[in-house]
Design a binder for this molecule. Structure first.
Ligand code: FAD
Length: 406
């Protein structure tokens, strides 16, 4: 763990109200909210703009999050271009089971690839609102976070010089591999869970083969199909954790997808070139509290939810929407009541989504676990949501993120 207050460097100094570390969905949402309220801020990002606008990841945004972005004028292109999904399909024991969570919850998913959302948010902040964002910066360090005058130093890519920005608060939005989390120190607890499962995450240059998310529950291993755009589809294949993507040549991927997603009456998969192939080891963590002094973590910096239930980006947006407003209140009138309650406000939804990811993981992976007891539990769980209206409604509610407690 880094110390909370490293010695302050003698670097060129400037001042702003909030430094946002990381330009993912969380950081860019916070920055847009600050900018719209005329609160001075700087966003620091290690990658280039081109890189973050193309980095493929999430694709499903829950309706409450879309509406919140819409209210802030950040969803015009999303609403114009995203498809919506309100059903998913479970394929199990050779049969297809359609599940209409939209009908049960009154809410939908918006299918909008994360790079498009990031592109929109960068455009709104930097081009439309003239916000300050520094790409390609290196070696971020935080200073004085336990005081009301913290600062952030970094290496400027153009000059190679250390630069220091004094501020009133720091938003740590630098994702799972960032540095801001390490400044929380010993007082923070990190709860971790390792599923012991890997997913081969694939992007195929192929149109979707179904009009909804397909969960393939199969003794050979779980498989999933998720639309991304009319031209690109995401697929997942359960694999051993730490597996080498090179073990999965084109032919093996498609034959395994065909086998695990096969059911009577389903159209054949539309195959295409694989443009992304990486192994994700499924694990989660939650940091509590999500803040220390004047450092506030948001999104994957504070909690990771393996993509089992497509929750990570939605949680990042939930944190960022709350944090952005709380920072505006603090910087505007000095009122820090929302900031001081930030962790307590966000953690209930975080834990609801973590619990759901764990529950869904057991349903999706039990059949392939090799353990007949786990397989039996998975089958019982699935039958229950397919047959019991009360269980179906409860599943629909948490799957789409309504009633998750915030
Ligand atoms: P990030 O998007 O990781 O952004 C953090 C930013 O900080 C990055 O731009 C990074 O370059 C930058 N950074 C890192 N270190 C530093 C540093 N030291 N200094 C400055 N900047 C730094 N979620 C869903 O909700 N639905 C889905 O369908 C879904 N599918 C997924 C599929 C895959 C394959 C993966 C990997 C993830 C998926 N997720 C999904 C999760 C989702 O992508 C993340 O939860 C989301 O990106 C979190 O946003 P964030 O802003 O917190 O972090």
């Amino acid at each position: 763990m880094n110390p909370a207050s490293t010695p302050e460097p003698s670097a060129p100094r400037r001042r702003t109200r909030v430094v946002v570390v990381g330009a993912g969905p969380a950081g860019l949402t916070v920055a847009n909210i600050l900018r719209a309220a005329s609160v001075d801020c700087v966003v620091l990002e290690t990658e280039t703009r081109e890189f973050i606008e193309q980095r493929p990841r999430a694709g499903f945004i829950e309706e409450w999050a879309v509406r919140a972005l819409e209210q802030r004028g950040l969803a015009d292109r999303l609403l114009a271009h995203a498809q919506t999904h309100s059903e998913c399909e479970f394929r199990w024991a050779g049969e297809r089971h359609r599940f209409s969570y939209g009908e049960l919850s009154g809410n939908r998913h918006f299918v909008y690839p994360q790079p498009l959302l990031v592109t929109d948010l960068v455009h709104a902040y930097a081009d439309r609102a003239g916000g300050d964002i520094r790409f390609g910066i290196r070696d971020v360090e935080l200073h004085g976070i336990d005081t009301d005058r913290p600062s952030v130093s970094y290496t400027d890519p153009a000059t190679g010089e250390r630069t220091r920005v004094d501020c009133d608060a720091i938003a740590g939005c630098d994702g799972a591999r960032g540095v801001t989390r390490t400044y929380l120190g010993e007082r923070a607890t990190v709860a971790r869970h390792d599923y012991g499962i890997g997913w081969l995450a694939l992007l195929a240059e192929a149109p979707p083969s179904s009009d909804c998310v397909v969960f393939g529950i199969h003794p050979r291993g779980f498989a999933a199909h998720m639309a991304r755009s009319p031209e690109v589809t995401r697929y997942y294949l359960e694999c051993p954790p730490g597996d080498d993507p090179e073990n999965w040549p084109h032919e093996r991927v498609w034959s395994e997808l065909r086998a695990r997603l096969a059911v009577a009456g389903a159209p054949p998969l539309t195959e295409g070139r694989l443009i992304e192939k990486r192994v994700l080891d499924m694990h989660n963590y939650v940091v509590e509290p999500m803040s220390r002094g004047r450092l506030y973590l948001a999104g994957d910096a504070a909690h990771l939810a393996a993509p089992i239930a497509a929750k990570g980006m939605n949680l990042a947006l939930h944190d960022a929407l709350f944090l952005g407003d709380a920072l505006v209140a603090y910087c505007g009138s000095g009122n820090d009541s929302d900031l001081s309650g930030y962790s307590e406000a966000c953690l209930p939804r975080v834990w609801q989504y973590e619990e759901f990811s764990q529950w869904l993981s057991e349903l999706l992976h039990g059949t392939s676990s090799g353990d007949p007891f786990k397989a039996g539990i998975a089958g019982a769980r699935l039958r229950r949501i397919l047959r019991s209206p009360a269980a179906a409604a409860a599943f629909a509610e948490i799957y789409i993120g309504t009633g998750a407690g915030s």
